[in-house]
Design a protein around this ligand. Structure first.
Ligand code: BTN
Length: 119
């Protein structure tokens, strides 16, 4: 079964600790980002996610509600077994900043990719 629980680190050095998924595939966790575009000191931030519970290399998603910023991030991804058998999470994210006005909505969303491995 696809097991996402435990500590993960990505290519930016950010870390997250995920709980065991419940019978619906829902899980929670804490995200420790290594980088930020906010003006305030970084704080650990709660995340809420959901995964498929089928056999093998499952897909999942989660939302991070930043405690130190008015932005919000969503991640979607899939767990893979790498060449050496280690688990790898390939994810894509959207980071939504709070806009001052409707006219600046166009520049409020960033997109990117992160790869996570077990800490
Ligand atoms: C902010 O800058 O307003 C909050 C922190 C955002 C951190 C982003 S989320 C996507 C990317 N992956 C990470 O691990 N950290 C950055």
């Amino acid at each position: 079964k696809c097991n996402l629980s435990g500590w993960w680190q990505n290519d930016l050095g950010s870390k997250m600790n995920l709980s065991t998924a419940d019978s619906h595939g829902n899980f929670s966790g804490v995200y420790y980002t290594s980088v930020s575009s906010a003006q305030k000191p970084i704080e650990p931030s709660p995340l809420s996610g959901s995964q498929h519970l089928d056999e093998g290399e499952c897909t999942f998603g989660f939302i991070v509600n930043w405690k130190f910023s008015d932005s919000i991030a969503t991640f979607v991804g899939q767990c893979f077994s790498g060449d050496n058998g280690d688990e790898v999470l390939k994810t894509s994210w959207l980071l939504r900043e709070k806009s001052d006005s409707l006219s600046s909505d166009w520049k409020a969303t960033r997109i990117g990719n992160n790869t996570f491995t077990r800490v």
